[in-house]
Write a protein that binds this ligand. Structure first.
Ligand SMILES: Cc1cc2nc3c(=O)[nH]c(=O)nc-3n(C[C@H](O)[C@H](O)[C@H](O)COP(=O)(O)OP(=O)(O)OC[C@H]3O[C@@H](n4cnc5c(N)ncnc54)[C@H](O)[C@@H]3O)c2cc1C
Length: 479
C-alpha cells in the first residue's frame, strides 16, 4: 500500500509537463524505512533503536554538525539507581520520581506520559552502558533537579560523551546521517491520512525523503523569538538562550518540528511554559548544595535548590535583574570554569573582603550573609529560604564568583503525543506514520521541568519512538 503511494508520488512528478517538469525533475527522491528529523539525543536514540530492529534509517540534520542541545548540555541525567543512591541514604524508585515530577510541573504533565517515562528511566544506565558510556559513579542533585538522582560521565564533557557514543553506535548500525539537510515540510495524505515522507533542502537543492515512518526530533523553540513571544510576551529578543548566551552564536532550537507538525494538523500542548535559568555567567557548578546567590546588596534572596521557575522569578525581581553566584574551592566545577575565568565572567578571590570589593557590596554584609548561610549548611536547615540540600559549607578559599542573568533555556511545550510517541492531531486522533520525541514534544514536564529530566526523557521517548516506527515498517512489510 505505502509502496504504491510512493510510486504514485514519483509518477505524478514524472507526469508534470514543461517548465514544471524540468524543475521537479531536478528534485531528488530518496526512499527509506524511517526518517528521523534532528541529530540530537532524541533523534539518535530513536534511530539506533529503529536500526537495531532492522529498519533502514536516515537522520536529517540542518546544521553542519550533529548533537543539537544535547552535545552542549551539562549532561545531568536523572534516573533512580538504588545501587548508587542507597549507600548515600537516598530512597528512590520510579513511583517516587513519578510523584515528584508531577508535583514539580504543577500537575500539568500528562500522568500517562510521566508514568511511562519514570517506569523506563531506570533502564537508562544499562542502555547507555551498552552503547559505551562510562558513568562517573556519583549521584547528585542537578541544578533545579529537586532530588539527588542525577548522573553524568563527569562534570565537564557529559553532553559530548552521549553524542559521541550515540553517533558511533548509529554509524555501526548503518544509520545514514545527512548534515546540512533541513527538513521543511512533512508529507501527509490529505488532512486525515498517513505521513509518508519529508521535504528537505540540502546544499544541492530540494530533496524528498519517502518513508514508512517519520520521527520528529527537532528539539525545542527557545530561539524562536516570535513563537516564544506568542506564548510568553515577556520573552522578547533581549533575552538570549542558554545555547547561545552571548547572542552572537547560533541556536538551532527554532521550533521547526512544531511548525511543520502544525502545518499538517498536529496538536500542541503546554506551549506557554518556557523555562529560564541563570547560565553561562559566573555559575561554575551545575548541582545543588555548593553555591549561594546574592543580590547587589550582598544578600541571599532565594532557595538556590528550588524550582527553576521560582529561581528565575527571584532573579528577575532583583535590582538589575541579576545576582552573584558564589562557591569556593571545595565544589566540583563544570566546563564553565576555565572559559569563564579567561573571559572574566568568573572571578577568584582569597578573602570575602576581596570578593566584596569586586562585587561593590558592603564587605560586612557579605560576610554576614556567608556566615549565616554556613550555619544553615552545617545544620542542614535554612529558615530563611527553605533550602534542604547542602553538600558543603562555603568556607574554603579561593572563592569563585560571578554575575548571572536569566537565559531562555527550555520549552516544556510542543507536539502532543501519546504513550507510543505517536503524534496526535487537532481531533485527538493519531496521525498515522508520524512519531515525535525529545524537546519538540509537550505534555511531559508540565509547567516546570526538573533539571536532569530532559536528557532522560529524550532518551526514553526517543527509544520508544524508534521501536514503534520500526514496528510500523515491519507491519507494512507483512501487508
Ligand atoms: C546549555 C544547555 C545545557 C543543558 N543541560 C542539561 C542537563 O544537564 N540535563 C538535562 O536534562 N537537560 C539539559 N539541557 C536540556 C537538554 O539538553 C535538551 O532539552 C535536550 O538535549 C534536547 O534534546 P533533543 O534531542 O530533543 O533536541 P536537540 O539535542 O536540540 O536536537 C535537535 C536537533 O534537530 C536539529 N533540527 C532542528 N530543526 C531541524 C530541521 N528543520 N531539519 C533538520 N534538523 C533540524 C537541530 O539542529 C538539532 O541538532 C540543556 C540545554 C542547554 C541548551
Amino acid at each position: 500500500m505505502k509502496f504504491f503511494r510512493a510510486l504514485g508520488f514519483g509518477l505524478s512528478l514524472c507526469m508534470l509537463g514543461g517548465f514544471a517538469f524540468a524543475q521537479q525533475a531536478q528534485e531528488r527522491i530518496i526512499s527509506t524505512d524511517v526518517v528521523v528529523i534532528g541529530a540530537g539525543g532524541a533523534g539518535y536514540n530513536a534511530a539506533i533503536t529503529a536500526a537495531q530492529a532492522k529498519a533502514k534509517v536516515i537522520i536529517l540534520e540542518k546544521m553542519p554538525v550533529v548533537g543539537g542541545a544535547t552535545i552542549i548540555s551539562g549532561g545531568s541525567m536523572n534516573f533512580p539507581d538504588p545501587k548508587l543512591q542507597e549507600p548515600a541514604g537516598i530512597k528512590d524508585s520510579p513511583e517516587i520520581m513519578y510523584k515528584q515530577m508531577l508535583a514539580a510541573g504543577d500537575y500539568r504533565g500528562d500522568p500517562e506520559l510521566v508514568k511511562v517515562f519514570t517506569d523506563h528511566a531506570p533502564e537508562l544506565r544499562a542502555w547507555y552502558e551498552s552503547l559505551g558510556i562510562q558513568w562517573a559513579g556519583r549521584v547528585f542533585e542537578p541544578f533545579g533537579g529537586l532530588y539527588p538522582r542525577g548522573h553524568n560521565t563527569g562534570a565537564v564533557n557529559a553532553g559530548h560523551d552521549y553524542i559521541r557514543v550515540l553517533n558511533d553506535a548509529a554509524k555501526k548500525l548503518g544509520v545514514e546521517v545527512r548534515t546540512n539537510t533541513r527538513a521543511v515540510a512533512l508529507l501527509r495524505d490529505g488532512d486525515h491520512g498517513s505521513v509518508y515522507g519529508v521535504k528537505a533542502e540540502d546544499k544541492e537543492g530540494k530533496v524528498t525523503f519517502l518513508a514508512k515512518a517519520v520521527i520528529v526530533a527537532t528539539g525545542g523553540f527557545a530561539d524562536n523569538v516570535e513563537l516564544r513571544m506568542k506564548h510568553d510576551p515577556r520573552l522578547d529578543a533581549s533575552f538570549h538562550t542558554t545555547a547561545n548566551p552571548t547572542g552572537k552564536g547560533v541556536d538551532f532550537a527554532t521550533g521547526d518540528g512544531i511548525l511543520m507538525g502544525q502545518n499538517i494538523r498536529a496538536d500542541v500542548v503546554g506551549m506557554d511554559y518556557i523555562q529560564m535559568i541563570p547560565w553561562a555567567g559566573g555559575r561554575v557548578t551545575d548541582y545543588v548544595g555548593a553555591d549561594i546567590y546574592v543580590n547587589s546588596d550582598g544578600k541571599r534572596f532565594v532557595n538556590e535548590g528550588g524550582r527553576r521557575d521560582r529561581i528565575a522569578d527571584g532573579i528577575l525581581a532583583q535590582k538589575g535583574h541579576f545576582c552573584w553566584v558564589i562557591t569556593d574551592d571545595q565544589s566540583v566545577k563544570g566546563s564553565q570554569l576555565e572559559p569563564g575565568l579567561k573571559a572574566g565572567r568568573v572571578h577568584k578571590a582569597n578573602t570575602i573582603e576581596e570578593m566584596a570589593k569586586v562585587m561593590e557590596v558592603e564587605p560586612k554584609v557579605l560576610k554576614e550573609t556567608i556566615e549565616r548561610y554556613n550555619k544553615f549548611a552545617a545544620s542542614k536547615q535554612d529558615p530563611d529560604f527553605g533550602k534542604t540540600t547542602f553538600t558543603q559549607l562555603i568556607n574554603k578559599p579561593p572563592y569563585y564568583f560571578g554575575i548571572e542573568h536569566e537565559n531562555v533555556h527550555f520549552t516544556e511545550g510542543g507536539l502532543r503525543i501519546n504513550v507510543n510517541t505517536e503524534v496526535l492531531d487537532l481531533d485527538g486522533k493519531v496521525i498515522p506514520g508520524l512519531f515525535a520525541a525529545g524537546e519538540v514534544t509537550g505534555g511531559i514536564h508540565g509547567t516546570n521541568r526538573a533539571g536532569g529530566n530532559s536528557l532522560a526523557a529524550i532518551s526514553v521517548f526517543g527509544r520508544i519512538a524508534g521501536k514503534n516506527a520500526a514496528g510500523l515498517v515491519s507491519a507494512s512489510a507483512d501487508e
